[in-house]
Ligand binder design. Structure first.
Ligand code: SAH
Length: 378
């Protein structure tokens, strides 16, 4: 690590340590928010962590086919809304802008789609916003940015987020002596340069709503994750889709059933590292609980679809046919590369099964294309 990369990291550690000394232990969410989004030194705030040469790689960075197929999905949604002459394509956490650029290129296949579309990118990181501006510099449709989802223009919309929900700050709770206690981050008693987990306050009644009913009386030692960010996102979506018609699609890694256990993970330079080590220098994410996400949607009055695996979804949208078309214009090495990319996206040993999706729509619209309606299991 070079000196100027090291200093911001020091800065976050020192800031967090100072907060713990003055305010007491922090929730995992507070730790995560600071590590990812501190305006000067946060992991996303300062650099572009995406891509083969950087910290981690996502589906749109693996292959153009991912964004292209989602572009066709968005165009289909637009048609199902009656092909309005103006509509909003809103992306949450657009990373490098690659996916949006691939979506728009594919959208040419639907006559009138590109004349209607206005893009809004919801991005918290100034550094990534710049990268997005470069990627989309030659786009032929209007592109705007907003910091928050509820600042996006109103009107019929398609909302998409790939690997967005997994980086919303989570809280964790541990069952201890028959009570749920917040899991907190504090300083190591003998070495104040290290962060360690501790047991915090007993969860209040409002917080218990974040824990699946079947888990509320779990055995001592059980750990659950609370995802207040999902709740906020769903509430904002429901408010929007109550006023204006729309479809939303979230793709992420996670489980289809409520699970217990610590899923917070840190990735630095493609390696898993300790989430509490050197905050700001690694990506911190946690599994999305798709069952809970979909239930939140239904409870908020949305129509809900999924969960479905990424492998099944991309197959349904025609990734094999798309790969065959692209294969025609490349040499053998190019064809082998397309095959490898497709395999990474759909095969169960790779992203195909771990990555899942959930879709939502305003009530009264035709079902989300390609995804079966959500059925509550219990
Ligand atoms: N969708 C991209 C990037 C995923 S990384 C891809 O698949 O490659 C997560 C992205 O979400 C980054 O762009 C990050 O800066 C952004 N992000 C995370 N939390 C956010 C928040 N609360 N508000 C806006 N953007 C956020």
């Amino acid at each position: 690590m070079s000196d100027d990369e090291f200093r911001p990291a020091q800065m976050i550690s020192e800031r967090l340590a100072e907060r713990i000394r003055t305010e007491g232990s922090l929730s995992v969410a507070a730790f995560m928010a600071e590590a990812l989004f501190h305006p000067m030194a946060g992991f996303y705030a300062t650099k572009d962590p995406l891509g083969a040469a950087n910290d981690f790689i996502t589906a749109p960075e693996i292959s153009q086919m991912f964004g292209e197929l989602l572009g066709l999905w968005a165009a289909e949604c637009w048609m199902q809304m009656g092909a309005p002459s103006r509509f909003e394509l809103i992306e949450l956490g657009p990373g490098t802008g690659r996916m949006m650029s691939d979506m728009l290129r594919a959208g040419r296949a639907a006559p009138g789609f590109l004349d209607a579309v206005h893009v809004t990118l919801i991005e918290a990181s100034p550094a990534l916003k710049m990268v997005q501006g470069q990627t989309l510099a030659s786009a032929s449709v209007p592109i705007n940015w907003a910091k928050d989802f509820d600042k996006a223009p109103s009107g019929p919309a398609v909302v998409i987020g790939n690997e967005f929900l997994d980086c919303l700050p989570i809280r964790q709770a541990i069952r201890h002596k028959g009570q749920w206690r917040e899991r907190v981050v504090t300083l190591h008693p003998e070495d104040e340069a290290r962060f360690v987990y501790g047991l915090g306050p007993v969860l209040g009644e409002a917080d218990m709503a974040f824990i699946a009913p079947g888990l509320r009386e779990a055995d001592d030692g059980t750990l659950v994750e609370l995802r207040p960010g999902d709740q906020q996102q769903i509430d904002q979506l429901a408010a929007r889709f109550d006023r204006d018609p729309g479809y939303a699609l979230f793709v992420d890694y996670g489980s289809a059933k409520p699970e217990t256990g610590d899923t917070l993970q840190a990735i630095r330079a493609h390696q898993k590292v300790d989430p509490l080590d050197a905050p700001g220098t690694a990506d911190l994410t946690a599994w999305v609980d798709f069952d809970r996400l979909l239930r939140l949607g239904v409870d908020a009055g949305l129509s809900a679809f999924g969960p479905m695996t990424q492998g099944d979804f991309l197959t349904e949208l025609g990734i094999e046919q798309r790969a065959a078309v692209l294969s025609r214009s490349v040499d053998e090495a190019g064809q082998a590369k397309l095959k490898r990319q497709m395999h990474r996206l759909v095969s169960p040993e790779d992203m195909g099964t771990l990555f899942k999706l959930a879709a939502f729509s305003s009530e009264g619209l035709p079902p989300a294309p390609g995804i079966a309606p959500f059925k509550r299991s219990r």
